[in-house]
Design a protein around this ligand. Structure first.
Ligand code: ADP
Ligand code: MG
Length: 244
């Protein structure tokens, strides 16, 4: 009986998720359809054509993001466990966020050192987790501000990632609602981004700390267990400069 209850509960959740995927995807599809129709008009001026095309691409990206968030929800366990070169990944994530930041008139300041930083997990999921957090940070700034992105090792061998914005900030009550499904204060929000990010980070044995002040901004501190890089250079010790 217990198992049957669990199964029926699962089916209920799955059908709820399916219904909302359909709903979420329909919106961007409808607007893409409308703009493609406009693109077909005779004598369309160049500026408008570019504008319509830009919106279509954005809406398709939005649909894509919604789908990957839902897929992650449906299959949250991290199966892949590979070493992740954090310096590389942060640079990659910065580039992805950059076009979005430019569009929202926000700057990105990235601080990385040449210290090797390695963690372990699925790098595609890790990207998704950080991109969701970074996008929220950019959206919170309402067209003005700096997204700060950085990573460093601490003394106990853990890796600390910071993602900070000087955007709208959140109250303590709002922070507690982060990561719960469908919590969104945005007109076109899904309320799934943080839920997906948190589940990915927890699966990677990461910890999440959030500090925020209304009107000042928000700082995410993510802490992961560090690992030794795969090509730990054995010769490095000899190359160390000797104190004169
Ligand atoms: P969505 O972005 O679709 O609204 P999320 O789960 O990504 O859903 O975020 C949920 C809510 O958390 C947002 O609507 C917003 O109110 C709040 N939030 C998340 N990150 C920040 C941030 N950096 N600054 C201010 N509010 C935030
Ligand atoms: Mg979001």
């Amino acid at each position: 009986i217990q198992q049957e209850v669990l199964n029926s509960e699962k089916i209920k959740i799955v059908s709820e998720i399916a219904a909302s995927v359909a709903h979420e995807i329909r919106n961007p599809l409808t607007s893409v359809r409308g703009f493609i129709q406009l693109l077909g008009e005779d004598g369309l001026e160049e500026g408008k054509r570019k504008f319509y095309q830009k919106i279509c691409l954005e809406e398709l990206d939005r649909a894509q993001l919604i789908i990957s968030d839902y897929l992650t929800l449906a299959k949250p366990e991290t199966e892949t466990n590979e070493p992740i070169d954090l310096n590389r990944e942060i640079a990659y994530i910065r580039n992805i966020l950059l076009s979005y930041a430019n569009y929202q008139n926000v700057e990105i300041a990235c601080s990385l050192t040449d210290e090797p930083l390695w963690i372990t997990g699925d790098k595609f999921k890790f990207r998704q987790a950080l991109i969701n957090i970074g996008k929220n940070a950019i959206e919170a700034m309402n067209g003005e501000g700096v997204l700060r992105l950085g990573a460093a090792g601490d003394l106990s061998g853990r890796i600390v990632i910071r993602i900070a914005d000087n955007g709208s900030g959140m109250s303590a009550e709002q922070i507690t609602r982060l990561g719960t499904p469908y919590y969104s204060t945005k007109e076109r929000g899904t309320g799934l981004g943080t839920m997906v990010s948190f589940s990915i980070i927890k699966n990677m044995a990461g910890q999440i700390q959030i500090q925020s002040k209304i009107g000042k901004g928000t700082e995410y501190t993510l802490t992961f267990p560090g690992i030794e890089g795969p090509q730990a250079p054995a010769a490095a010790a000899e190359e160390k400069p000797v104190m004169p």
